[in-house]
Design a protein around this ligand. Structure first.
Ligand SMILES: N[C@@H](CCC(=O)N[C@@H](CS)C(=O)NCC(=O)O)C(=O)O
Length: 114
């Protein structure tokens, strides 16, 4: 079973979206933000970064614990894109590729600021 650690209004919503599109069975663990909007301290017991999203897959032994939105998205798409996300023509495919690169650059810029 997959377990997604989630904060409201955070990038873990992207993982919720993909899990729904892929129609995977998962448990959503809502983590309440602290009064100053941060993730709860106990999240560091799940992964030392202490930030969401964190995806735990207990099909592995020991369970696989993944952090980082892009890494989680990549792992969920390891078997390829589902049909509804497949580009329908080559122009569409190039546009999607461009958006993926833009997303990765923005992610890197964001990570550098942390
Ligand atoms: N580079 C990480 C960033 C993770 C991150 O900053 N998550 C935010 C939510 S969008 C978070 O957990 N914030 C709470 C905190 O920093 O205490 C990713 O893309 O997953």
């Amino acid at each position: 079973m997959l377990k997604l650690y989630h904060l409201s209004n955070s990038r873990s919503q992207r993982i919720v979206w993909l899990l729904e599109v892929l129609q995977l069975d998962y448990a959503l663990i809502f983590c309440d933000r602290t009064p100053n909007g941060e993730a709860p301290e106990w999240l560091k017991d799940i992964h030392p970064l202490g930030k969401v999203p964190i995806l735990v897959d207990d099909m592995y032994s020991p369970p696989q614990v993944l952090a980082e939105t892009s890494a989680i998205l990549d792992s969920l798409l390891a078997n390829g894109l589902p049909h509804q996300l497949q580009p329908t023509n080559s122009a569409n495919k190039q546009q999607i590729n461009s958006n993926i690169f833009i997303g990765k650059i923005l992610q890197m810029q964001h990570s550098c600021r942390i």
